[in-house]
Design a protein around this ligand. Structure first.
Ligand code: SF4
Ligand code: SF4
Length: 339
């Protein structure tokens, strides 16, 4: 049975919350993943432009300080997005991260400038950086999610650590296609595609679905955002893919996981708007087991999650993650003193 450490923030407390957070990290012995003077990736979501529900940089700064105090060399990291926006490319992603208050530590975008740098791990297209880094501090915001019921650590590991092509695999069974009305025939995608999957007609390009590997690079390169994909993966298929990617990312790595069950929004931090919360804050949970951690968080907010997404069974991702040896669903809660 895995251990899940819990800082309960539902009741009145009198201590400094950041000091209580320090106590949680110490209580759980989270820094034992570190090796002195070696790099540690702090994997997080910097928040979409216009959304302020992401994990506060005040907590993340505290994690960075704890890692440094333990002799590690931390840096912050996330990957580029499939959809257009400021997190679509590395340069604007870093710019937004700094605007959101994360400028206190080095920031590296794990799948390269365009999101097309990946390492194939057991069939998953994982952002290149995670092929090299073996020590990760995984920081996740637990909240609702339109397609998977909830998004927590497993989603952060899977979608959050995949290259564009990996995200494409998980989100959609189809390959990208070209919107002819938007294509200006600049041929940037034609020159870019290493697989000769982009074909020229007289006035526009098309994508040969047989030649295309789904790497996703052309989606970034197109200046007109004319290359698109359909968000058509059914929830259960997507949850299975998520679990598979998460299991492949964590293999052979030392990882400590922290879930923030606060600002519990109905949708993920990729939304560019804020919406009314679906439940009051619960607290902060941590574990060395990503499956137990998400299971414990879901158990705390099952009612509001199931109420807003009655047609989605979010336990599918947990069952598959357990099946793929990412962790176990059985857990025991250990509560840290909150006064
Ligand atoms: S990069 Fe975009 S606009 Fe240029 S040819 Fe390709 S699809 Fe058309
Ligand atoms: S997604 Fe397909 S068409 Fe686009 S660059 Fe990759 S292989 Fe080429």
């Amino acid at each position: 049975m895995a251990k899940v450490y819990f800082l309960d923030l539902r009741e009145k407390y009198h201590d400094n919350v950041l000091q209580m957070f320090d106590r949680l990290l110490t209580f759980a012995d989270g820094m034992k993943i570190l090796e002195k003077k070696s790099s540690c990736a702090v994997k997080l979501h910097f928040g979409e432009d216009g959304n302020v529900n992401f994990v506060s940089p005040l907590y993340v700064r505290r994690i960075v300080e704890n890692i440094m105090a333990a002799g590690g060399k931390p840096f912050l990291t996330d990957t580029t997005t499939l959809y257009s926006g400021r997190r679509f490319r590395a340069d604007t992603h870093i710019e937004l991260a700094r605007e959101h208050g994360f400028g206190f530590a080095p920031i590296i975008i794990a799948d390269g400038f365009y999101g097309d740098e990946y390492e194939e791990m057991n069939g998953s297209k994982i952002a290149r950086l995670f092929g090299d880094i073996t020590t990760i501090f995984c920081v996740s915001h637990f909240k609702g999610h339109l397609l998977t019921g909830f998004g927590g650590t497993l989603k952060n590991l899977a979608m959050g650590c995949a290259s564009k092509g990996g995200k494409l695999n998980m989100h959609s069974k189809s390959k990208p296609f070209v919107d002819r009305n938007k294509c200006t025939f600049c041929l940037k995608c034609f020159d870019y595609c290493a697989f000769q999957a982009v074909k020229k007609n007289k006035k526009y390009v098309t994508i040969d679905q047989n030649a295309c590997t789904g790497c996703g690079g052309c989606i970034s390169i197109c200046p007109e955002r004319a290359i698109k994909f359909s968000w058509d993966a059914a929830s259960s298929d997507m949850q299975e893919s998520l679990a598979r990617y998460a299991a492949n990312v964590i293999r052979y790595k030392k990882i400590f996981y922290v879930n923030f069950l606060i600002n519990i929004s109905p949708n993920c931090d990729c939304f560019h708007t804020n919406e009314p919360m679906i439940a009051p804050d619960v607290g902060i949970l941590a574990s060395f087991d990503p499956v137990s951690l998400d299971q414990a968080c879901y158990d705390f907010v099952k009612k509001p999650i199931d109420r807003i997404y009655p047609d989605v069974d979010p336990t599918i991702q947990l069952k598959y993650a357990e099946k793929f040896d990412a962790g176990e669903r059985n857990y025991e809660i250990f509560e840290v003193e909150n006064t």
